[in-house]
Design a binder for this molecule. Sequence first.
Ligand code: NAD
Ligand code: TDX
Length: 355
Amino acid sequence: EGQIPTWIVTGGAGFIGANLVHRIRREKKAKVVTFDLLTYAGNLANLDALSHDPDHLFVGGDIRDPKAVAELFLRHRPSGVLHLAAESHVDRSIESPGEFVATNVFGTFVLLDAALRYWEREGRPGDFRFLHVSTDEVYGSLSPSDPPFRETTPYAPNSPYAASKAASDHFVRAYHHTYGLPVVTTNCSNNYGPWQFPEKLIPTVILAALEGRPIPLYGDGENIRDWIYVEDHCEGVLAAFDRGRPGETYAIGAGNPRTNKELVLTLCEILDRLAPRPQGRIRDLITPVPDRPGHDRRYEIDAAKVRRELGWAPAHTFGEALEKTVRWYLEHRPWWEALRQRYDGSRQGTGRKGE
Ligand code: NAD
Ligand code: TDX
């Protein structure tokens, strides 16, 4: 037909989704339909630069709504789906786990079921892909001597968030095994970069420093996370979408494990250079707060399979991308100041509402 294909991106107005949508429109010959409910975490401003792009369309809607999702497939006839819509914040999942079951588990099921019906009606095209974006948190917590997570690591989710993502991964797997739907799942480590909602650690630290507020460090600060620049994650997602084998899972990580304390101190050092405070060193703002209940101690990814099978490798080094991220927040004050109405940044520690 000579027409370019249409890809549906769910959650495209969120942090990773927006980075992915921009990347697709920059680098791929595909139309994008962003399907997003615009919850507290979704933000149309993240897609502002595409407002005049004739090959991008925003559709507001809920992945938990079977009619809206069926309509989405019928109307846009996609050749692939990149599924990122989710409730994504561990602390919120501790406060209200039900929303995580509804969106991450039931919403993913609704999307899979609509994709299956559509795919069967189209004659089961072999090149259709349902790419499910998931997390390394499904594997649980590593002890200091454990080897990093791999695709074969047993699932052992510990937070309601991780449990809901694990359940969604299992439904994705079942739709391949039982019905043959061509699915691929990626399990990625902690992302950072532009448009990350300020409830997550890295933007929390940057904005607290810029506003002269306490920088909350949970527990002893010795928990380890494996950090990846969001652009590298998006490249991995697109590689898996393009070349991943149906039914396979791919663990994505850039090999940057850091304790929270190390990471926060590195950020403070970058901020002391780029946005010094006349009142003193930024590290003086670091404030220990009560630990997250059930806080996983250590995550780390062994990305040998994506490197070998998909030819993927991260293009950014940790120090440079972290500094680039700090600069992005410095240069996009209006973006995050507007979010202050939805999130005042004063929550410290976690636990239940009102604590
Ligand atoms: P985010 O919270 O920034 O964005 C989520 C988006 O989904 C928002 O735009 C929101 O409006 C939308 N959404 C929520 N509920 C919806 C619903 N019912 N219907 C339609 N849209 C809905 O999340 P993120 O950090 O960009 O994460 C994106 C995906 O990547 C998630 O599936 C998450 O589990 C996964 N992931 C995130 C990380 C990370 O470090 N942030 C790491 C690995 C995997
Ligand atoms: O203020 C804080 N202080 C602090 O010490 C916050 C917000 C976090 N932390 C700690 C908790 C974690 O050990 O920093 C670490 C990172 O916390 P988050 O940014 O909340 O991320 P995490 O819980 O590791 O989950 C993230 O990575 C995997 C994303 O939110 C998930 O969506 C993703 O799947």
